[in-house]
Each structure stands twice: as structure tokens, then as C-alpha cells.
Design a protein around this ligand. Structure first.
Ligand SMILES: *Cc1c(COP(=O)(O)O)cnc(C)c1O
Length: 356
């Protein structure tokens, strides 16, 4: 603390990202990274962009990320004006709070959800109502019918992994024609249906996506928003008042190549989904209760073992899972899907801990 801090900094409770351990070979199942590398075409594209001497780095990148936005627009059947690109979807979400969710009325999001949302709300002075999930950690879209400053939901939700059907998203949009509705699709490719196809019919909807999870590029920091051109313009106005060059050259080139290799993307998603079902079965055999997941993680609790103790004991074995010390979920672990070998190492460690 310091007397030089601004009032807002005094009052902030920052987001705490999952640990990135400085170990040679940790089993890292705590931040929902993809266990598989990105397409080899991504590595080639970065090399090509860099050139032999790194000559290109002398110059600023394209501030509008036009080639990347055109590639992603074509991929989703959108117009380039319907695509915004930012430095990870976290940055995109930050702009969304400032550009579209800051109104007189409080916004609504679930009580159990991505824990960055309340942090942005605090940073940007956006009031919110946290709407309780049901006892099975489901979202009832009927709870989002009252007039509000906007609605924000991840689909699938995090850290539960539960997905809403597209019909439910559409019901939510129909019930909120006068407020922005933001669907955070960070995990959509692992088993939910994207709302992108509804964009032309709902000018109040914004869909946020990322290359961090399904496209194995968490290290590049690239995220998107898709929606009506007027919503995208709002984000661009904030971006150009904050940082004109949020995406560096290598990130733009890498993300384009990732979208161009759709076969690689499909295959790596299919592998993660198969490993998820395999891991869920093995956890159930050890007595864990599992929330049905449409994401690249499972949310699990053991009725006879304290979650924080399990997480700490796993960490001693250099196996990292995520535990949230939050109301209603402090007995759960969020376990990212690793390779089958990593999942097996986790199962072996848990079996030993539970037997002890
Ligand atoms: C991981 C995650 C993000 C952030 O993704 P980045 O693009 O890496 O910033 C956004 N929303 C949810 C729900 C996430 O889990």
C-alpha cells in the first residue's frame, strides 16, 4: 500500500490467475490449456512473419488486424465489420464492460462463473446482480428476464462446464431485446453449440471467443468478439482510446494459420473430448461426483475428501489442479483435461491419496 495509489487501486481485488509453476515437468491441469501443441502451420507462419533477421519487428503491426479478422470472419460466415480482435478474450471482455455493459441498471451474471467478471465490474464501476445457479449448477434462463443493464454468461459455463442449448440462448435473447447479451464461448468447441449463427437476427448479442483453449494458443494472447457492426464499433472506439496495437505481428500471423488448419483443430478437440469422458469415468470409479462437462475440464468433488487438502497434496506431487476458495464450490476441484498419460498420473495420485 502507498499514499501514491489512486482510490480505485486501493479498493481493487485483482483476479488471481492459475499458477504457472517454474518446474521442468509439472502435470499442469489447472488453467485449461490445451495439452496438444498448435498446428505446425502456426509455427511456420511465425517463422515466416519473423524472417531471417527479425526485420519485420522494426515496424508496428496492423492496428486493425485486418487479415486476421477477414480470416476469422470467413470461417464463421460473418462480415469483417462484425469481428473485433483483442489481446486475449480477457482484454476483449474488459472492453465489453466499458463499452457495452456500463449503464444505469446493474448487469446480471451467474453467482458461480468466470471469476474475472466481478473484477472487471469493480474496475469499471459496473454494478451487478449475481444470479444463483440451481443446485445442479445449471443456469435457468428464466432468471434473466428482468430488465437489466445487460447479461453476461459463459457457454459452457466456467468452472462448472455445463452448457446451455442454443434454444435457451435464443430464449434469453428474446427476453432481453433492450439490453446487450454477451455469450463468452471460451470453451464452445469442446461440446456446446455456438450462438454465432444468431448474430444476424439479434443486434443486441455479442459472442466472445478465444484461441487460448481449443486452438492451443494461450501463449499468443488473441481473442475475438462477434456481433452487430455497431457493437463492434463500440469496442473499437474503446480499443483505439486504450492501445491501438493490442495484437503483435507474430500473434496475428499465428492466429491466421490456426484458423487455416481446421483439420488440426477438429482433431485436437476430438482428442480432448475423448480424454474428458475417459477421465470422468475414472474419477467416478474413485467415488468423485462429476458435473456433466461440455468443456476441456471437469468439475469434481469427493464426498469424503476435502478439496483444498486434495489440491495441496496433488501439488506436492507436482500435479496442479484448480481449487476456488469461494462459497458453494469450495469442495470442488476444476481439473483441466490433459493427455491420457497426464490424466492417468492424476488418477494414480488420487487413488493413493484416497486410500491413505
Ligand atoms: C480462459 C477464459 C477466458 C480468457 O481467455 P483468454 O483469451 O486467454 O484471455 C475468457 N473467458 C472464460 C470463461 C475463460 O475460461
Amino acid at each position: 500500500m502507498s499514499r501514491f495509489w489512486s482510490d480505485i487501486v486501493h479498493r481493487l481485488t485483482p483476479y488471481v490467475p492459475g499458477e504457472q509453476p517454474a518446474l521442468a515437468h509439472p502435470i499442469k491441469l489447472n488453467t485449461n490449456e490445451n495439452p496438444y501443441p498448435p498446428s505446425p502451420r502456426v509455427v511456420e507462419a511465425i517463422r515466416r512473419e519473423l524472417g531471417d533477421e527479425g526485420e519485420t519487428l522494426r515496424k508496428y503491426p496492423d492496428p486493425t488486424a485486418r487479415a486476421l479478422r477477414a480470416t476469422v470472419a470467413a470461417h464463421h460466415g460473418l462480415r469483417i465489420e462484425q469481428v473485433f480482435a483483442g489481446n486475449g478474450s480477457d482484454e476483449v471482455l474488459a472492453h465489453v464492460f466499458q463499452a457495452l455493459l456500463k449503464h444505469d441498471k446493474p448487469i446480471r451474471f451467474p453467482d458461480i462463473t468466470y471469476s474475472f467478471y466481478p473484477v472487471y465490474a469493480q474496475l469499471y464501476g459496473v454494478a451487478f446482480d449475481a444470479i444463483p445457479l440451481d443446485d445442479a449448477f445449471g443456469i435457468d434462463v428464466d432468471d434473466y428476464r428482468a430488465p437489466s443493464g445487460g447479461v453476461l454468461l459463459p457457454n459452457p459455463n466456467a468452472p462448472t462446464g455445463r452448457a446451455l442449448r442454443l434454444a435457451e440462448i435464443e430464449a434469453l435473447l428474446k427476453a432481453n431485446p433492450d439490453s446487450p447479451v454477451v455469450i463468452d464461448e471460451a470453451y464452445v468447441d469442446f461440446g456446446a453449440e455456438s450462438a454465432v449463427k444468431l448474430i444476424d437476427r439479434y443486434p443486441n448479442m455479442l459472442v466472445v471467443q478465444t484461441v487460448s483453449k481449443a486452438r492451443s494458443l494461450a501463449g499468443m494472447r488473441v481473442g475475438f468478439a462477434f456481433g452487430d457492426a455497431a457493437l463492434i464499433e463500440a469496442l473499437t472506439r474503446v480499443k483505439d482510446s486504450f492501445n491501438s496495437y493490442p495484437l503483435d505481428r507474430l500473434a496475428q500471423a499465428a492466429a491466421i494459420a490456426a484458423y487455416e488448419d481446421d483439420a488440426w483443430f477438429q482433431e485436437s478437440c476430438a482428442k480432448v473430448v475423448a480424454s474428458r469422458e475417459r477421465l470422468a469415468d475414472k474419477l467416478k470409479a474413485l467415488g468423485f461426483e462429476i458435473v456433466p462437462s461440455a468443456a476441456n475440464f471437469v468439475f469434481a468433488r469427493h464426498p469424503a475428501h476435502d478439496a483444498a487438502t486434495l489440491a495441496a497434496s496433488l501439488k506436492e506431487k507436482e500435479i496442479f489442479v484448480r481449487h476456488f476458495k469461494l462459497p458453494r464450490i469450495d469442495q470442488h476441484l476444476r481439473i483441466s483435461i490433459g493427455t491420457d498419460a497426464e490424466c492417468d498420473a492424476l488418477i494414480d495420485a488420487l487413488r493413493a491419496l484416497i486410500a491413505a
